[in-house]
Design a protein around this ligand. Structure first.
Ligand code: HEM
Length: 230
């Protein structure tokens, strides 16, 4: 029993700052709202009750929600990128880049996922497979933001949309026109919708198998790592 207690001794390690945790959950809510409103924009499946006055702007209102939440997502993503490069607590995330180039770690990590090895000891916050997946996830988020902004400049012509219009028109042409931009916006959405359940499954898998509070870390900020014994 004593040996077991010793083996379970752990140190609370502060892994994720409050800014990172808070915006992680804001981003999660944004993705749900954007996917729901996006489905509606793609296929207008409800229509407002017929009215003799032109006041039932249901589609326009849903688009307004989609765009407003889209800008919240853009804000969170810019903030996350800032944290990644400049936040002191996020130094552990930056160190993951070094782990990503370690071939031995890749092999050990894959063995862990296949239930034939122990979890490798990592220097950074993420394992190599996880880091590369997140890197591609951010490329997809960048893609959905870019295509979203191209669609946006066609729905509104003042302010930011007016300022971005001339800048984004050549990018729109590179996509092959507005119809392709729409298609890509939807393709990026499907990649995100496939990523989300896998992300949740992997987070639960790591928490259950790693027994180190990996899920807790994105709520409390702390992960409970094994203490080195002399
Ligand atoms: C997770 C993020 C997002 C998801 C899942 C998403 C999903 C979608 C979907 C499915 C559509 C319908 C496409 C179609 O016409 O068939 C759409 C339209 C649109 N999205 Fe997004 N979107 C996201 C982010 C954004 C962002 C960041 C912006 C930028 C502000 C944006 C702006 C727009 C605009 C302007 C439209 C066109 C609305 C219209 O046709 O009137 N979206 N979105």
């Amino acid at each position: 029993m004593q040996d077991r207690d010793k083996a379970l001794q752990r140190k609370a390690d502060y892994e994720f700052s409050i800014g990172l945790r808070f915006t992680h959950w804001v981003r999660a809510v944004c993705i749900v709202v954007l996917a729901m409103t996006g489905f509606y924009l793609s296929y207008v499946f409800i229509s407002a009750a017929p009215n003799s006055e032109p006041t039932s702007f249901l589609q326009a209102n849903i688009r307004l929600v989609h765009q407003a939440v889209g800008f919240v997502l853009i804000g969170c993503v810019i903030f996350k990128i800032y944290l990644f490069f400049f936040d002191r607590v996020s130094a552990k995330e930056r160190i993951s880049i070094v782990d990503t180039f370690n071939v031995k770690l890749w092999i050990e990590q894959i063995k862990f996922y296949l239930f034939v090895g122990k979890h490798p000891s990592l220097k950074g916050a993420y394992n190599p497979l996880q880091f590369v997946t997140y890197f591609f996830f951010y490329l997809v988020i960048f893609g959905i933001i870019l295509t979203g902004l191209i669609l946006y400049v066609h729905t509104y012509h003042e302010g930011l949309a007016g300022a971005l219009h001339n800048l984004l028109r050549p990018v729109e042409a590179m996509f092959g026109g507005l119809a392709s931009v729409r298609t890509w916006h939807r393709i990026f959405m499907w990649i995100i919708l496939i990523f989300v359940p896998i992300h949740i499954y992997m987070a639960v898998f790591n928490a259950v198998k790693g027994k180190d509070g990996a899920l807790d870390a994105i709520i409390s900020g702390y992960r409970f790592i094994k203490e080195e014994k002399n």
